[in-house]
Write a protein that binds this ligand. Structure first.
Ligand code: NDP
Ligand code: 2IT
Length: 449
């Protein structure tokens, strides 16, 4: 891991001391602080680290009990979280994650990343994140509904279209957003569409929100390729995960002339040299809520399924980690580099370990951090809020055009900032510095907040 600027070491030490055991949060903070050395050197207004210290402390953290009753009549208990990290630029905005691994450290890392990501979109949204250690896998629709209703019975008092606007993340898609919105509407007696994003198209959702994160990541990679006179045409790609982000990343790679030859879930990965059959993958994952092994079985001999080993051992030119944090480690990065990979772009949040990023850097593999590459999801959420506020609804073409432009603006902003700081082509530095300066300058303008 790169060392921190002398002035920033006490800031990081304080984060570790004040937030014991929250390793993912420490990792996310360290990654941003690593980029800020040249910024504190150049800008005396940040020099004592004071605004940076405030930025690392969430404005508000809510932890609550979520009791619910399963189909057998047994009372179950989960823990709910909402971390309202920073509202300098707009209402707190960020997803809800339902996964057994969720604890405060995960929610804080995601909320922290979200602050800078949301700034990069150029839209007026602050940063927040929430979720629960509830595992929706294997639960009936009725159980998921009862859980969501109980979760919202506490969450509703903390959110609102001008306050905090949650959306989906791992384990939270259209079904969960529907149950959450229904309960919010019931409790408040308000049809406040802008309180949640990722809604269904018949009740305030935006065209392209479902596709936005995956599409946006691939648009970003396309811009990275264009910047060096290259394109997707004929390139092979590997996409980890097979959820919302992965599926629409695969779709856009195929639309742009590339071929995705492998994808995964938490049980294994499938390799298909002729390209993943997206219609079947959508049917298995989105309609039947099945497993990747079901997809592989349905494909027969053309698909090779593996329950062991790493998907990153599959040779490819473009690698898109779209599953979860720290899923691509040092050995994976070394395998990708030695197999001739050109670009790694994060569809997921923090999927690449710091050691893996070092390996990619040393091997000159171009790397796009999630806070830039996967910002299309939250950007389109902000477009959904915009449509809700004006009681309008846009066509698919219009929403997609907006998304494509936003991703290009983020891409260019990262490169321009990297240039300004003498780090040409460094998307990590560009994204961190550009997001940070916008939020920090706003915090300074608003007084001691
Ligand atoms: P989904 O729940 O739709 O899909 C998640 C996928 O990742 C599944 O294939 C899942 O496999 C796999 N996965 C999840 N946890 C693990 C784990 N611990 N180990 C291995 N595989 C795992 O989530 P999304 O596609 O929405 O989210 C994927 C990533 O993208 C996350 O990092 C999320 O934070 C990020 N993201 C999402 C956005 C969105 O709009 N949805 C926006 C920006 C970023 P399995 O089914 O076996 O669990
Ligand atoms: O990580 C993310 O950016 C998301 N899960 C999407 C957040 C949102 O508010 O759409």
């Amino acid at each position: 891991m790169p060392v921190l600027d002398q002035q920033l070491i006490p800031v990081f030490d304080e984060v570790v001391t004040r937030n014991p055991g929250e390793n993912e949060f420490h990792q996310a903070v360290h990654e941003v602080l690593e980029s800020l050395g040249p910024v504190v050197a150049k800008h005396p207004e940040y020099a004592d680290g004071e605004v940076i210290r405030r930025l690392c402390e969430p404005e508000r953290q809510i932890i609550f009990r979520v009791p619910w009753v399963d189909d057998a009549g047994k009372v179950r208990l989960n823990r709910g979280f909402r971390v309202e990290f920073n509202s300098a630029l707009g209402p707190y905005k960020g997803g809800l994650r339902f996964h057994p691994s969720v604890y405060l450290g995960i929610v804080k890392f995601l909320g922290f990343e979200q602050i800078f990501k949301n700034a990069l979109t150029g839209l007026s949204i602050g940063g927040g994140k929430g979720g629960s250690d509830f595992d929706p896998k294997g639960r009936s629709d009725a159980e998921v509904m009862r859980f969501c209703q109980s979760f919202m019975t506490e969450l509703y008092r903390h959110i609102g279209e001008y306050t905090d606007v949650p959306a989906g993340d791992i384990g939270v898609g259209g079904r969960e957003i529907g149950y959450l919105f229904g309960q919010y509407k019931r409790i408040t007696n308000r049809y406040e569409s802008g309180v949640l994003t990722g809604k269904g198209l018949d009740w305030g959702g935006s065209q392209v929100r479902t596709e936005a994160t995956g599409y946006g990541t691939v648009y970003f990679v396309n811009d990275m390729l264009t910047a060096v006179g290259d394109s997707f045409d004929g390139k092979t790609a590997v996409v980890s995960g097979s959820g919302n982000v992965a599926i629409y990343a695969i779709e856009k790679v195929h639309q742009l002339g590339g071929r995705v030859i492998a994808c995964s879930d938490s049980n294994g990965y499938v390799v298909e040299e002729n390209g993943i059959d997206l219609d079947l993958l959508k049917e298995v994952k989105e309609v039947r809520r099945g497993r990747l092994v079901d997809y592989a079985q349905a494909r027969g001999s053309g698909a090779h399924y593996s329950a062991t080993g790493s998907i990153w051992s599959v040779p490819c030119q473009i690698a898109l980690p779209c599953a979860t944090q720290n899923e691509l480690d040092e050995a994976d990065a070394a395998a990708l580099a030695s197999n001739g990979c050109l670009v790694v772009a994060e569809g997921a949040n923090m999927p690449t370990t710091p050691e893996a990023i070092d390996v990619l850097r040393a091997a000159n593999v171009r790397f796009a951090p999630g806070k830039a590459a996967n910002a299309g999801g939250v950007a389109t959420s902000a477009l959904e809020m915009q449509q809700n506020a004006s009681r309008d609804s846009w066509s698919f073409e219009h929403a997609e055009e907006r998304l494509e432009k936003i991703m290009r603006a983020i891409h260019d902003r990262c490169l321009e900032t990297a240039d300004e700081y003498g780090a040409t082509g460094d998307y990590v530095l560009g994204a961190n510095i550009s997001g940070f300066t916008q939020v920090a300058d706003t915090m300074l303008a608003l007084g001691i907040i």
